[in-house]
Design a protein around this ligand. Structure first.
Ligand SMILES: Cc1cc2nc3c(=O)[nH]c(=O)nc-3n(C[C@H](O)[C@H](O)[C@H](O)COP(=O)(O)O)c2cc1C
Length: 166
């Protein structure tokens, strides 16, 4: 393995020490198809105006859809949604199969279950190396106040019982 590959792996491992929540981010592509993917790069940016960000890999199949999106919805997953995280990161034909959802802002799919959801207008894109950073202006949000799904060191974790099997 090249030195760079080892460094990249070590860099990922070091980044993984930072615990995050897990989100599913949804939008529509140019043809109106429902698009969704799992992301843990979500973070808050500004309270007034209400701004959030996340980053999408340029290699991701959903990249064009998100880069061209006018709106997207960020669902913070709850502790019981490990399988939803897996489904939206998988290669399955239809990531929305058996997932209850409605049409939200601009027609984007909004999942029925979550801990919190932020519906956004795409405010601005920034280049971020092999990712693009999407800044979203929050136009609606909801908070079910359910315990969150947590991701740490490449595994899902429970806030009370760190490290449960992926
Ligand atoms: C917990 C978790 C967090 C992830 N976070 C991100 C992220 O922030 N940005 C990203 O581009 N991909 C992220 N991914 C990977 C994407 O979900 C996955 O690569 C993508 O859905 C695969 O899509 P594709 O097969 O359509 O390219 C994450 C995956 C998991 C399981």
């Amino acid at each position: 393995m090249s030195t760079q590959a080892i460094d990249t792996r070590e860099f990922r491992n070091a980044l993984g020490q930072f615990p995050t929540g897990v989100t599913v981010i949804t939008t529509l592509d140019a043809a109106g198809n429902k698009i969704g993917m799992t992301a843990n790069s979500f973070t808050s940016v500004s309270l007034d105006p209400m701004l959030v960000l996340w980053s999408v890999a340029k290699t991701c199949k959903a990249f064009d859809a998100f880069a061209e999106s006018k709106h997207f919805a960020i669902h913070v997953l709850n502790i019981n949604q490990k399988h939803i995280s897996a489904q939206f990161a998988s290669n399955c034909d239809d990531r929305f199969k058996d997932i209850e959802h409605i049409e939200g802002h601009g027609g984007i799919p909004v999942l029925a279950d979550y801990s919190a959801v932020f519906q956004c207008d795409t405010e601005r894109l920034y280049d971020g190396g092999d990712h693009v950073i999407l800044l979203g202006r929050v136009v609606a949000f909801d908070n079910k106040k359910l315990p969150p799904l947590v991701f740490h060191a490449g595994r899902y974790a429970d806030l009370d019982q760190p490290v449960v099997a992926v």
